[in-house]
Design a binder for this molecule. Structure first.
Ligand code: HEM
Length: 408
């Protein structure tokens, strides 16, 4: 695309939803902080996005994900919509169940989920890997981490997926939202009515306060569970899908099959190159300056994670190239920064490593399928290919230099 016919970046522009990268590059070059509506500023430089993630005094998480005036007024906002001190209290409570060590201890369970998904794949032939393999993994891991009884899993998955696709539309008007709330209500009431079913999971953590903690109403617990479904499931599917797609597209599959020590950094490069969560929003609560642009209370800012992760000023002239050996890939902002940085990052990294490692062991000669093409999924928030067509070719399992290990 030539510089003249690049569409200016605005989040709603259909062309930008399908492929924002040229428009984001133009925005970084011409106007890294630009006002695109009476309420919304778009911020595209890595330096400004990082600074805003860290400045929670000037930029509130209230109204996160909405990009117009319409803030959702839930009685109990989820953790990504809260500010201190309520946010601090909830985050430290969740950390009891989600400390990195605790998340990594889910490894054997993740391995079982992956083995089951792998067993369902045919020995050879062309398959759509997102539907037939990837999508089953993060949902099963998330639901069991939360403690959702297995009989709810398939219905919850369909409902939660529909809500993520609709972001930033108000979800409360959707029938899927009502049904999800109803199901979660049953789950919460059931756990509270039967303390003999207590287990060391997130449901337990939220349903039963420990000394010094606040008891939560049923609805509050439900809202936090609902937020976790959204935060943990489709984002991780997107990471696995993006990484597999790019490894095959760039001819890196065989190289990592032979040297599995390259996989960990390839995942970081995937997070940088195709950031699964494309943006976060902040509300301006203190008059301030972003870059050189004054912004006043009442406005909102769209922090483009995708753009920050492609910013030539930070990543150099190869910023828009996929390179699994990039030295500093891990410095991306795909998991945010500051007080709201992603609590599930260790789990997402581990699931992705194990899902790809297992696939490499079973299908070392897997290639992109004939139908493989990068067409972005629906929705403003997520970035992943709609479909991941691959050609499976079965062989005896091979052993890479580091195979079988989980990511550190
Ligand atoms: C590749 C997968 C994932 C990506 C790209 C991702 C991305 C993000 C980002 C950008 C934020 C920052 C939100 C903000 O600043 O407003 C965030 C927060 C969060 N993520 Fe993730 N996430 C992923 C996976 C997960 C998983 C697997 C879980 C749960 C196990 C999870 C749980 C959370 C929670 C609870 C927060 C809120 C933290 C807070 O507000 O203090 N995420 N995530």
């Amino acid at each position: 695309m030539t510089e003249e016919n690049v569409t200016p970046f605005t989040p709603h522009n259909a062309g930008n939803v399908a492929d924002p990268d040229d428009s984001l590059e133009a925005a970084r070059r011409d106007c890294p902080v630009s006002q695109v509506s009476d309420v919304l500023f778009v911020v595209t430089s890595d330096k400004d996005v990082r600074a805003m993630f860290k400045d929670s005094a000037a930029f509130s998480n209230r109204g996160n994900f909405t990009i117009g005036r319409e803030d959702r007024n839930h009685a109990f906002p989820g953790i990504t919509n809260l500010d201190p001190p309520v946010h601090t209290e909830l985050r430290s409570r969740l950390l009891r169940s989600m400390a990195p060590k605790k998340l990594r201890s889910l490894g054997p369970h993740v391995a079982r989920v992956i083995a089951r998904a792998l067993d369902a794949l045919p020995p050879s032939g062309e398959v759509e890997l997102h539907k037939d393999y990837i999508s089953h993994i993060p949902s099963a891991v998330t639901y069991s981490m939360i403690g959702l009884p297995e009989e709810y899993w398939s219905e919850v998955e369909v409902l939660a997926d529909a809500l993520v696709e609709a972001v930033p539309a108000p979800e409360t008007s959707m029938p899927e939202y009502d049904r999800l709330m109803e199901l979660m209500g049953q789950v919460v009431r059931d756990r509270r009515k039967h303390p003999e079913h207590r287990r060391d999971d997130i449901l337990d953590n939220l349903c039963f306060a420990t000394p010094g903690e606040r008891e939560m109403e049923d609805l509050e617990v439900i809202m936090h569970l609902r937020q976790l479904f959204a935060a943990a499931t489709d984002t991780t599917r997107a990471l696995i899908a993006n990484c597999i797609y790019r490894l095959l597209e760039h001819g890196d599959w065989a190289r990592i099959v032979a040297d599995r020590s390259l996989l960990k950094n390839a995942i970081e490069e995937s997070l940088r190159f195709d950031s699964p969560a494309q943006f976060m929003t902040r509300s301006v609560v203190r008059d301030t300056v972003i870059g050189e642009c004054p912004v006043t209370v009442g406005h909102k800012a769209y922090l483009s994670i995708q753009s920050a992760n492609h910013d030539e000023a930070s990543w150099g002239p190869t910023a828009r190239r996929f390179d699994i050996t990039r030295q500093v890939a891990v410095q991306h902002v795909a998991f945010g920064r500051g007080i709201h940085s992603c609590l599930g990052a260790p789990l997402a990294r581990m699931e992705t490593y194990m899902a790809i490692d297992a696939l490499m062991n079973h299908y070392p000669r897997m290639t992109a399928g004939r139908r493989a093409t990068w067409e972005k999924c629906e929705g403003l928030l997520l970035r992943r290919p709609k479909e991941v067509w691959v050609q499976l070719v079965q062989e005896m399992p091979v052993t890479g230099t580091n195979t079988g290990k989980t990511a550190e």
